[in-house]
Design a protein around this ligand. Structure first.
Ligand code: ZN
Length: 498
């Protein structure tokens, strides 16, 4: 998709204009109208007065028998006093969805916010809204509807700043879509091998170093957690390592870890039908790290970042790990498997420990579709955030706000450790029955394997798939990619505070 800023007076020569507007505010004050032909001005004025209130979600179309403007579509934004920063990304997507519905491949719009930052948000979200997972469908005769060009009508003086924002936003949107694409690939096709291949290809495209550890190397490293979970599958585990080094020589790396369970049946604790559906997306954290890394590289951010993805398939079979098994992790600590469906934290135990001792990170952050309890606690609009560095909490929340991958801080008290103390091993992989707070138990479990480094855990399970109200295609939401980019940009500032 191309997004091109143009001066406002030129907007009036577009064929189709998309015009968002607040309630009770005269649209006709918009500069765009003074550039319309007089007949079009009159017609528009009458239409707006009689037909358009500007209420939230109101959309009205107006045909003009005029040249060059043929059609104006008005989008109500509701009251200005109720507008907030979360509504702007949604508006950006709404415009694209509407264009696709009407098979409009090119339009001009004038947005309620026109800073460089706002144009970045617009570009990111417009690109995200343009995406659909059609790889497995027959292509229709006229192709899939998509928006090819959007012209943003802006003040001429702001154009260069806006161009910069757009460029960054398009990269963030494209890499988020690449992540969604990976996560949407069905489990029959998405294996640890395929995920590793995807990381390798993405790395090649951008010029990132990618190394894939095979089962023998995973064994040699003593990653008994990863080996244990993958045992039931015919697919061998992979450990994906991506490296990007552009930070100052002294900078400690930002280590990103993503859960890569390419299909989660639950193992011998087999999931029931309603919970097993969509479990091919249990590698969403891994996909987010892969494409967060490629986005960082495309933006050439001055930072050193490492991406680590343990990739396994969790299957029930004669060779599966059992409830009650005691797995020895790379850290030397043992995990008492009380439920084979809490496999994400087991593979992450090895990946986090590897990241901590091998790279000595300034900060390590993991992204994982870890617990259903995360959604029970917070609903589906944000991901719970846990960190052992409380001082960073506000910054980490703000990164979420800015990126659109919203996170919310959760309690992280040591009291919760009681829930996961093992009977025959060091740590149990699920909390005691009836204890509640499952997302917190999960996070406390992970904390046992970070070797004391500064760390945050983002449980993206609630954000795995897009909601109806988000103006995105059904399927993977691509959570984490935008967060990773904003985190990488902020990292030098965070380092100072740590
Ligand atoms: Zn599971």
């Amino acid at each position: 998709m191309r997004i091109i800023p143009i001066p406002i007076e030129k907007a009036a020569s577009s064929k189709t204009i998309f015009l968002p507007s607040f309630q009770n505010e005269s649209l006709l004050r918009e500069e765009i109208f003074s550039h319309l032909a007089p007949s079009a001005q009159n017609l528009t004025a009458a239409f707006v007065e009689n037909e358009f209130k500007g209420e939230a979600e109101e959309v009205k179309s107006l045909w003009l028998n005029d040249r060059p403007v043929k059609k104006i579509i008005l989008f109500g934004l509701g009251e200005r006093a109720k507008w907030n920063e979360r509504k702007f990304p949604l508006l950006s997507r709404q415009l694209i969805q509407r264009a696709k519905e009407e098979k409009i491949s090119e339009f001009t719009t004038i947005l309620p916010e026109t800073t460089g930052f706002a144009s970045k948000i617009f570009a990111t979200n417009a690109v995200m809204a343009n995406f659909e997972f059609n790889a497995y469908k027959t292509i229709p005769k006229d192709g899939w509807p998509e928006v090819k060009t959007v012209y943003l009508a802006v003040e001429e003086s702001a154009i260069s700043e806006i161009k910069k924002g757009i460029r960054e936003g398009i990269i963030m949107g494209e890499e988020t879509n690449n992540c969604r694409n990976l996560a949407n690939i069905p489990g029959g096709d998405m294996t640890p091998q395929r995920l590793a291949e995807a990381a390798r290809l993405a790395g090649k495209r951008i010029g990132l170093r990618v190394k894939i550890l095979k089962e023998t190397e995973i064994k040699r490293l003593g990653m008994g957690g990863i080996l244990g979970v993958s045992r039931g599958s015919d697919e061998k585990p992979k450990f994906i390592i991506m490296e990007y080094r552009r930070g100052p020589a002294k900078q400690k790396p930002l280590v990103l870890v993503g859960k890569g369970v390419t299909f989660d049946t639950g193992g011998l604790n087999l999931k029931e039908d309603e919970h097993i559906y969509e479990m091919h997306m249990d590698m969403s954290g891994g996909a987010a790290v892969i494409h967060g890394m490629t986005a960082i590289a495309r933006l050439k951010l001055p930072i050193t970042t490492i991406g680590l993805i343990p990739a396994v398939e969790n299957m029930p079979s004669g060779s599966s790990y059992h409830p009650g098994d005691l797995l020895k992790t790379m850290s030397g600590k043992t995990i008492e498997v009380l439920n084979t469906d809490a496999e994400g934290r087991i593979i992450l135990a090895d990946a986090l420990y590897y990241g901590a001792v091998k790279y000595k990170p300034g900060l390590m952050v993991d992204f994982a579709t870890l617990t259903g309890a995360a959604q029970t606690a917070l609903g589906r609009f944000m991901s719970p955030l846990f960190t052992n560095k409380q001082k960073l909490t506000d910054n980490l929340v703000e990164i979420g706000d800015r990126s659109g991958d919203y996170v919310w801080p959760m309690p992280f008290w040591d009291e919760y450790l009681d829930n996961i103390k093992g009977t025959f091993g060091d740590w149990a992989n699920i909390g005691k029955r009836g204890a509640g707070g499952g997302a917190i138990s999960g996070a406390k479990f992970l904390e046992q394997f970070i070797n004391g480094c500064q760390w945050a855990h983002i449980d993206i399970a609630p954000r795995m798939t897009a909601l109806e109200s988000e103006y995105l295609a059904k399927g993977a939401a691509g959570a984490g990619v935008r967060y990773i980019v904003e985190l990488a940009k902020e990292y030098p500032n965070l380092e100072i505070q740590m």
